[in-house]
Write a protein that binds this ligand. Structure first.
Ligand code: FAD
Length: 503
């Protein structure tokens, strides 16, 4: 059901946005455009999240020790984007070399991570978002404020929220507790010019602060908490075991025999990079279940990459056995590119009626809202196998409008029914609950739902212009639909992927 829309905002909220990565930044822009008062809380000393490269790694390379020293970003040397830059930009501020005039260092269609970081910095500068960020502020807890007033404080001037804007759920305020980390020890220290808030932060000493907000947008990313496969024999195995979250560069694998577990985007990419230094890389996947599929990998990009099934046994002598393919007598390292878990250490999931037990966040209406909690708590960026930046932007626009009263959520029962229907559909498709936020081709439908109340505004943007020129759009379709069509066009994708190989 498309959200209800109204012409004028009727409410101004004080909103905490947790995280100044791509999702948090565009959320801040959309919220401010909608008239809200925004505070961006960021644990690191600079903006950019995932796109900040650091040599630092977690205290435990596999990520099993819950009390380990943590680094947020999983970025590594040699990464180039897996999407063309034309679809990695936000509307009104395309990720083109022109938009970043003077600062672009990598004009390729699939640029390096530093170029994406520069784009996000340029975006933040252009929309004056840096002044909203409190750097080195790590959110420790988010919970309902004890005696919640009926409406956001700022709403007094505009009148209390009506039932159409808050659905059937009473408005709840949130108490956000955050710790001011000393700048030098926060994950990945700043190279940004300090904002006034950052200047305060620099003087701080680990103190805790509590502040009330009308709404909280959770934009903390989901590529930091390693998900591990079963590794029988790992305890006595003498080699190096690590998760790709802590992979930084291939140099340490020079001349070694390395198994890379998982052959999705990061597994393939890491295998390709490590193979430039290693003697041999064994790229292990569940999907390669026959000798034919193993053989299909031969003669590929790197002659020293061999395919194997997943590891079934690591032995004390240093070798490994695989579900499919010949055992290897001596391996030096295993890199698990096996994905990430959703993690919200600052939320009391149980109190909110949420769970991440099945590797997705449930129950959530449209991957964003908790049925029964109203519009004051929302998650941005949970879906995967998507084109992330445009999706963040659309989700953020919806949040901004729901909070301002220009759109409304359905009643709680309807949201819960949507979740049930979504789960049923997933099961009917034979997919596990862990794929609940996996969108893939369904992202087009999802974008259309998100955009359904501001499609015209979106259509005026320059989003995907280049893609649109290179595909054959259906006659009479709006610009937004055209962009979706372009994204879905398999021939076009192939063209872009071929292009990635070019300098
Ligand atoms: P992040 O970028 O992770 O930002 C979250 C922010 O929240 C961080 O700054 C973090 O410090 C902060 N934070 C977390 N917890 C707290 C807390 N308690 N208090 C305060 N702040 C907190 N996407 C693409 O579109 N193209 C690509 O080519 C691509 N390649 C990728 C390669 C890798 C290796 C990885 C890991 C991801 C890649 N992605 C790619 C996906 C990418 O993560 C998203 O595009 C996007 O950058 C995620 O943005 P985000 O804001 O949701 O999360």
């Amino acid at each position: 059901m498309p959200p209800h829309s109204a012409a004028e905002p009727s409410r101004q909220c004080k909103v905490a946005v947790i995280g100044a990565g791509a999702a948090g930044l565009v959320a801040a822009r959309e919220l401010r455009r909608e008239g809200h008062d925004v505070v961006l809380l960021e644990q690191q000393g600079q903006l950019g999240g995932t796109w900040i490269y650091t040599d630092e790694v977690d205290g435990d390379l596999l990520g099993r020790d819950a009390s380990r020293r943590r680094v947020h970003s999983s970025m590594y040397q040699g990464l180039t984007t897996n999407l063309p830059r034309e679809i990695m930009g936000f509307a009104d501020f395309p990720f083109s070399t022109a938009a970043m005039a003077g600062s672009s260092i990598d004009a390729r269609r699939y640029p390096c991570s530093e170029e994406v970081l520069r784009y996000l910095q340029a975006f933040a500068q252009h929309y004056h978002l840096t002044e909203l960020i409190r750097f080195n502020c790590q959110v420790q807890s988010v919970q309902h404020a004890p005696a919640a007033p009926a409406a956001p404080a700022a709403a007094a001037a505009a009148g209390p929220p009506d039932s159409s804007t808050a659905a059937d759920i009473p408005w709840k305020r949130w108490e956000v507790q955050w710790q001011q980390l000393p700048a030098a020890t926060s994950p990945a220290s700043s190279s940004n010019p300090p904002s006034p808030a950052a200047a305060v932060a620099a003087a701080a000493d680990g103190s805790m602060y509590t502040e009330l907000f009308d709404a909280v947008l959770v934009c903390n990313g989901h590529y930091s908490e390693p998900k591990l496969p079963q590794l029988p024999g790992a305890e006595g195995w003498p080699g190096l075991l690590m998760h790709s979250h802590n992979y930084r560069s291939a140099e340490r694998f020079k001349g070694q025999h390395v198994a890379v577990l998982g052959a999705s985007f990061s597994g393939q990419d890491v295998a390709r990079l490590v193979a430039q230094q290693a003697a041999c890389v064994y790229l292990c996947a569940r999907e390669w279940t026959t000798q034919q599929q193993l053989d299909a990998g031969r003669g590929g990009a790197a002659a020293n990459i061999q395919r194997r099934g997943m590891i079934t046994q690591l032995n004390a002598a240093g070798g490994a056995e695989f579900a499919v393919g010949q055992a290897v007598p001596q391996l030096d390292a295993v890199i698990c590119c096996t994905g990430y878990n959703y993690s919200f250490p600052f939320l009391d999931l149980q109190a909110l009626g949420l769970s991440t037990a099945q590797q997705h966040v449930a129950p959530l209406f449209q991957h964003m809202f908790v049925p029964g909690q109203g519009p004051g708590l929302a998650f941005i960026g949970l879906p995967w196998r998507v084109v992330p930046f445009p999706m963040f932007e659309l989700q953020a626009k919806l949040c901004g409008r729901v909070l301002s009263g220009r759109a409304s959520l359905p009643p709680a029962a309807e949201m819960a029914a949507w979740v049930q229907q979504h789960d049923k559909l997933l099961a009917a498709e034979g997919r596990p609950p862990s794929q609940s936020h996996y969108l893939d081709y369904k992202q087009l439908e999802y974008h259309a739902w998100l955009a359904s109340i501001w499609c015209l505004e979106w259509c005026d943007g320059v989003f995907c212009q280049r893609l649109l020129r290179e595909t054959s759009p259906p006659p009479g379709a709006g610009q937004f639909i055209l962009a979706q069509h372009a994204l879905a066009h398999p021939r076009l994708w192939r063209h872009f992927l071929d292009d990635k190989a070019k300098p």
